[in-house]
Write a new protein. Structure first.
Length: 461
């Protein structure tokens, strides 16, 4: 029984019942000879098989492997089979995660997930090094400093991309939309985001863009509305496009600004009672009496979907754009006994009408696809974006990109050239808060908001 102690240690890390599983009849012989145990089937049979495999690897594999190394790999593999957002963090990665929440790091400014086994950008955050470098939603990071990201965990990728402020890092991007691969060198920076920007479009319509839901977003948005009130605006466009989300509390507080007291904003549902929660508006909004349009796109995710879903279900605003990303799950982070950490999906978000956001997204009331104009004046709609359901399809073994036709390749070449031209212009001139000439979705939203009547907030949800 010489292998019992390391296996006990492994199971303490792997599951709280590890020792119990061993005591239920796992027979492990010295030098890798396994003694079969005759006993009735129990819930721990699979763990017994795992222990047998672990012992065989340790005693017979061509290279020596430690118990810690093998169990960590097993845990990562286990979580990888669940969903794109559950993950294991070793002690070093977990420490980096805590530093992330404290804001003590230099980074690129991107929200990432996993698609087709590669790190994929959900959205670059506005005014960060990643956005200024021209990275786009759907870009896949296939290498970080020359290291392949295939099968890399999110936390490992974050650890590689984060670093000392002012230091450069080179990442290799595959852009599905244009079928090209290229290197981008980005200088890490302290990610300090001005999440709320606003201006009057004309004498009647206020435009407000929220790029992420950070610590002070609701406070800053409240100030923006109060200042815009001085311009006597009559309608508002709230732009949540390319907003990857952020803090749940901020999403609730932002919605609370626009609706009356006592309305359900979002609810969460999980397997345990503590995960079943309902978030209700608790004060009269300061902006509940004017027509609104909320703009969303396929890169509007998580917290931005909570806002859009509530505004739609409560009939507070008209939702314009295309279906949102569909990231509506709650991750709970737990500390483990050895200093490592576990990020586990424990619940899903539901809109006031009881619609699950996860994998579905928020469907706009009026669909308006984003179009880009080429140098010869041709208007082309952007290729179909990826969403959360595409990530889940990959986890379930489905999907896979279809080969592009020659017509699609030519169209994407034109789109790439137009995008490159626009990116150069953005680098040469100060960024505009809005651009009606280049933004067909915003132009349509402006047309719509002028025809929308006063809000009639639903009270029965």
């Amino acid at each position: 029984m010489s292998n019992l102690k390391p296996l006990q240690k492994a199971f303490r890390k792997f599951a709280p019942w590890g020792l119990a599983a061993l005591l239920l009849g796992i027979g492990i012989g010295v030098a890798g000879n396994l003694r079969p145990v005759a006993q009735a089937s129990t819930p721990y049979d699979s763990l017994r098989t795992f222990a047998e495999v672990l012992s065989l690897i340790q005693n017979n594999y061509v290279e020596e492997k430690s118990t810690e190394e093998l169990t960590t790999a097993a845990i990562k593999g286990l979580l990888k089979k669940l969903d794109p957002h559950s993950s294991f963090m070793d002690a070093k990665a977990y420490k980096a995660r805590r530093q992330e929440t404290e804001g003590h790091f230099g980074g690129l400014g991107i929200e990432i997930t996993i698609m087709d086994s590669f790190i994929t950008i959900v959205s670059p955050i506005e005014d960060t090094p990643a956005e200024k470098a021209g990275l786009l939603p759907g870009d896949q990071v296939i290498k970080i400093s020359g290291k392949s990201t295939k099968d890399m965990t999110l936390h490992d990728a974050v650890g590689l991309m984060r670093g000392k402020i002012g230091t450069p890092i080179t990442i290799t991007i595959y852009r599905l939309a244009t079928d090209e691969t290229f290197d981008v060198t980005i200088v890490r920076a302290m990610i300090q985001i001005q999440s709320v920007k606003y201006a009057m479009i004309d004498d009647e319509v206020a435009y407000v863009r929220v790029s992420t839901f950070s610590q002070n977003t609701a406070r800053d948005l409240r100030k923006a509305i109060e200042e815009l009130h001085g311009n006597n605006f009559k309608q508002m466009i709230l732009d949540l496009r390319n907003n990857p989300g952020g803090l749940l509390k901020q999403a609730v507080d932002v919605t609370d600004l626009f609706i009356g007291k006592g309305h359900t904003i979002v609810s969460t549902r999980g397997r345990t009672p503590d995960q079943n929660r309902k978030f209700v508006s608790n004060r009269w909004g300061i902006g509940a009496d004017f027509p609104m349009v909320v703009l969303i796109n396929a890169a509007s995710a998580s917290a931005s979907e909570i806002v859009a879903g509530a505004m739609k279900d409560l009939h507070r605003a008209t939702i314009v754009g295309v279906r949102s990303f569909g990231k509506g799950s709650v991750q709970t982070v737990r500390s483990l006994s050895d200093g490592s950490g576990l990020s586990l999906t424990t619940a899903r978000y539901y809109t006031p009408a009881g619609i699950m956001i996860h994998g579905t997204g928020i469907e706009p009331d009026i669909e308006v696809k984003y179009a880009i104009t080429t140098e010869d004046g041709e208007t082309l709609e952007m290729p179909k974006p990826f969403r959360e359901k595409d990530l889940m399809a990959g986890f379930e073994g489905a999907g896979g990109a279809s080969p592009l036709s020659e017509e699609q390749k030519e169209q994407r070449k034109k789109i790439r050239e137009a995008m490159q031209k626009r990116a150069k212009e953005r680098m040469q001139h100060p960024r505009k808060i809005f651009d009606l000439k280049e933004d067909n979705q915003l132009a349509k939203a402006l047309e719509i908001v002028k025809t929308v009547g006063k809000p009639h907030i639903v009270t029965s949800l």
